[in-house]
Ligand binder design. Structure first.
Ligand code: URA
Length: 429
């Protein structure tokens, strides 16, 4: 056994760890032979000293191998997945998965719950009564066979070492380390065995990494690590300096998803969905184009895929035929206090406030109120008159103070610009 002390000493001094040493750390996390103190010391040393490409690759692979690997590409050689670093109003996965499935590009997504100020795909989908996001390999294969798509939540059987390491990162201020983020994301994403992955790395004040150069560094590391592990990968860096689409909130985002699949989605959201779909098509060389994507929507096939998939994963068929997606009865106008141009949205605060309003408790008894919603009708750079609505807030219980806090998140000034949505595309590996 390699001594934890020697590994920590080496990393603390800035040395590069060998594959066997990185594996010893991960084995120690998974089997409990490393204490929390030793693991926390490793995480801090890795966050300060950094991990090079080989160490990041070793860490990813060791974390991946700490749990189940489904190897679904053996049956589905063009299996795809997409990962977003998270944002406010980001319902891209909900639209993209059925759209790809309708174009005969199979998708298996392992997704997560809300993290910090960002909403979780799983929470939004669970607005559908009965929907069960627990998946195992056999169920995933059945869904791919029946409907060409599967969406599940990463359980403790997938990359269990990540569960312990993530908790300790949270306690030790090491969450923001790019190699640690990369290994954490990929150890779960690679578990299905997808042949091609596309990353939607958000940038701007509503992103986990607000700074563009940091977002780009993370995108590069994700793509390089995937490619070094034999997968095809590409990334888009997309703007998150305002909510994506017109709605934020679980029921409202599901409603917007269904509108997108019916051909009535907002331009910004559809631009990101199409760009990611085309990126995956290019990675797999399956000749996917805009005409095919348009046809999948206009024919109703993409919407039909979503409904069939949801029923197969336990969703209530009758509810899905006529979804009840009602919003909170208490409605507040979020008006511009002065006339001018919408110059800034405090996007992270918007996400945090809405998240806090929707989630009433944490842990196993965590309850999410799907009826909390924000309609965001104006975009950065748009002119607004004094007293004109920038958005509307919907709550189940009256809360004037929250409405006031949200009003202050939308800053109107003399000028402001409309930021480009697709900030950069990273060439696929
Ligand atoms: N999502 C993850 O799964 N891990 C991270 O470290 C960050 C986002």
């Amino acid at each position: 056994m390699i001594s934890p002390y020697r590994i920590l000493e080496r990393k603390r001094a800035g040395g590069s760890l060998r594959d066997a040493e990185v594996r010893a750390v991960v084995a120690g996390a998974a089997d409990g032979s490393w204490t929390d103190g030793q693991l926390a010391a490793f995480l801090m040393a890795a966050a300060i000293r950094g991990l090079d490409a080989e160490e990041t690759q070793s860490l990813t692979l060791a974390m991946l191998e700490s749990g189940e690997q489904w190897d679904l590409a053996a049956d589905y050689p063009t299996l795809t997945d997409k990962h977003s670093t998270g944002g406010v109003g980001d319902k891209v996965s909900l639209v993209l998965a059925p759209l790809l499935a309708a174009c005969d590009v199979p998708v298996a997504m392992l997704t997560g719950r809300a993290l910090g100020h960002t909403g979780g795909t799983a929470d939004k989908l669970e607005v559908v009564p009965g929907l069960d996001l627990r998946l195992d390999r056999a169920r995933c294969l059945d869904l791919l066979e029946d409907v060409g798509m599967a969406i599940g939540i990463a359980t403790s059987a997938i990359a269990p070492a990540d569960g312990r390491l993530y908790q300790l990162r949270d306690q030790t201020a090491t969450v923001s380390s790019l190699p640690l983020i990369t290994a954490s994301i990929l150890s779960k994403k690679l578990a299905t065995g997808a042949a091609a992955l596309v990353f939607d790395v958000k940038t701007g004040n509503g992103a986990i990494l607000a700074d563009k150069s940091e977002s780009k560094a993370l995108a590069e590391l994700l793509v390089e690590t995937c490619v070094s592990l034999g997968r095809r990968a590409g990334a888009l860096i997309t703007d998150m300096s305002q909510p994506l689409g017109r709605w934020v909130g679980h029921a409202a985002e599901l409603k917007e998803t269904l509108e997108c699949l019916a051909g009535d989605g907002p331009d910004d959201l559809m631009e990101v969905v199409y760009a990611l779909a085309l990126e995956l098509g290019a990675l797999l060389q399956v000749g996917l184009d805009t005409i095919q994507l348009d046809a999948a929507i206009s024919s109703g096939l993409a919407r039909e895929r979503f409904e069939r998939w949801a029923v197969l994963q336990g969703g209530d068929r009758e509810w899905l035929a006529a979804p009840d997606l009602s919003l909170g009865k208490h409605e507040y106008a979020l008006e511009a206090q002065v006339g001018g141009v919408l110059s800034r949205v405090e996007t992270k605060t918007v996400g945090r406030l809405l998240g806090e309003a929707a989630v009433s408790s944490s842990g196993p008894s965590r309850q999410v109120d799907p009826a909390v919603a924000l309609h965001y009708g104006v975009r950065l750079g748009d002119r607004v008159g004094a007293g004109e609505d920038i958005g509307r807030l919907y709550l189940r219980r009256a809360d004037e103070r929250l409405a006031d806090e949200l009003r202050r998140c939308f800053v109107v000034d003399e000028e402001g610009i409309s930021p480009p949505l697709i900030v950069e595309r990273l060439a696929a590996g």
